[in-house]
Design a protein around this ligand. Structure first.
Ligand code: SF4
Length: 447
């Protein structure tokens, strides 16, 4: 190994990374070395100052990583800063939204890096290039077109991406964590209930189901917008809030339009393990969607089987609490027995089902009822091996009625220790049922 190779670990050079199908190491005009590695789904640029840039295959800035933090830009042209949370604070990442100015700075840095690299590729004699994989011509032939795309995203151009995104998509305020990198397709707008007091995600968006013609157009526009960057996405997620609430005939008609434009894994091959770098453009492993226990009962197991055959392989049900009284109090339009029956029908149809429980909902006043009823719900639910229970700390949005109700009724919140204890009780119950507990935080998220 040559000491001039940029390393990614103390004893490993970047050129040892097997995921790069093409790679080059060269020097910029000012002498700084950079390593360019092209994977099936992204281009990575490493500097010897510890800054790493990542671009999608359309050349759009995607991530900037340093030792202390990572900046992430979503397709919607909003940004996040992620910082590692210490183990004693639960691990994972603290996520905060970037201001428009911070996002602009980050995009500008990556755009400038693209310009400097293009200049170096065009003006460096192949003999002065440190390392290429596989050979110079092939590596440059693969990497240069992506760099040329990067240089087109000037500060002015990248700002316009938000408008482009909004011409294709309604807002995407939340996704289940295993679908953060899904290809989202929206068959509905808004939520058909909008009653849950703790949720303000879709307030002000009237509920509407797309027509078949609109959905065809939406798929076409979404494909064009993602472009080559679609290689980063291996699943499809049907939005917005509770897409499965669409009446069966209409939903079937809409879902049948999807394989007209993309390739879905055949039903008999499922479950397919998602791979982030499938490298097969337009090939998806399956379809996920949110569901609710009330409209969920309007479909039979045969209906769910029909949706499964059309690609639906996992749904997400916001149970929130196993207590009927709490569900009424938070105006959730479903009762525990309705949700249990919905799960039973989904399981009969072979659809993987994840549920979400809210840790700390109802504060001290409902603590005992919430714990007892939710344990009972988990124990009685027909969930099966491989299904997950997301344990999500209740978040109080000041504009949502839940917060106002807690304040008005002077209900004490659980302390940090009490929250932790409740989470542990649920965690143990889920484990005993041989299901998968997953900690879940409704943190800032960008699509
Ligand atoms: S929690 Fe779900 S069902 Fe309730 S208002 Fe929000 S999106 Fe709609």
């Amino acid at each position: 190994m040559n000491e001039q190779d940029i390393k990614y670990l103390e004893h490993k050079s970047l050129k040892d990374v097997p995921g790069f199908k093409a790679a080059i190491q060269l020097r910029l005009k000012d002498g700084r070395p950079v390593f360019l590695g092209l994977r099936d789904d992204a281009l990575s640029v490493f500097t010897d100052e510890g800054r790493q840039y990542f671009f999608d295959l359309e050349g759009r800035p995607w991530r900037l990583s340093t030792l202390n933090y990572t900046l992430h830009r979503g397709l919607s042209h909003y940004g996040l800063r992620l910082r590692k949370r210490p183990k004693e604070r639960g691990g994972g990442y603290d996520r905060e939204r970037l201001s428009d100015e911070e996002l602009a700075e980050f995009c500008k840095e990556l755009w400038q890096a693209g310009r400097d690299i293009l200049d170096a590729i065009e003006n460096t004699h192949p003999e002065n290039i440190r390392f290429t994989k596989p050979g110079y011509d092939t590596a440059v032939g693969e990497i240069k077109p992506v760099i040329e795309k990067i240089t087109k995203y000037s500060p002015e151009q990248i700002r316009q991406e938000r408008e482009r995104f909004e011409s294709v998509y309604q807002p995407i305020p939340v996704l289940p964590p295993d679908h953060y990198r899904a290809f989202v397709l929206q068959v509905t707008e808004g939520c058909s209930f909008n009653t849950c007091t703790f949720c303000s995600l879709y307030r002000g968006i009237p509920f509407r189901v797309c027509s078949v013609e609109e959905f065809d157009e939406h798929i076409k526009n979404a494909l064009a917008f993602h472009g080559e960057a679609l290689r980063q996405r291996s699943t499809i997620f049907l939005g917005q809030a509770n897409a499965i609430s669409v009446p069966q005939n209409r939903l079937v008609e809409l879902m049948k339009r999807i394989p007209e434009q993309v390739i879905l894994s055949p039903a008999e091959e499922r479950p397919v393990k998602p791979k982030w770098t499938r490298g097969k453009r337009l090939h998806f492993t399956g379809i996920g969607a949110f569901i609710d226990g009330f409209t969920g009962l309007k479909k039979t197991a045969d209906d769910y089987r029909e949706l499964w055959e059309l690609g639906l392989d996992r749904v997400y049900l916001g149970v929130e609490s196993g207590s009927e009284e709490i569900l009424e109090w938070i105006k959730k339009p479903a009762q525990p027995d309705q949700m249990l029956e919905t799960i039973a029908r989904l399981k009969e149809a072979g659809v993987a089902t994840d549920i979400i429980l809210l840790v700390g909902i109802g504060g001290k006043e409902y603590e005992r009822k919430h714990v007892e009823a939710s344990i009972k719900f988990i124990e009685e639910s027909p969930l099966t091996n491989g299904d997950r229970v997301y344990l999500s700390e209740v978040v109080e949005y000041s504009d949502a009625p839940y917060y106002q109700r807690m304040e008005h009724d002077r209900i004490p919140r659980l302390t940090e220790v009490e929250m932790k204890k409740q989470l542990e009780v649920f965690w143990d119950t889920v484990k005993k049922r041989k299901l998968q507990p997953v900690p879940y935080r409704i943190d800032p998220f960008v699509y």
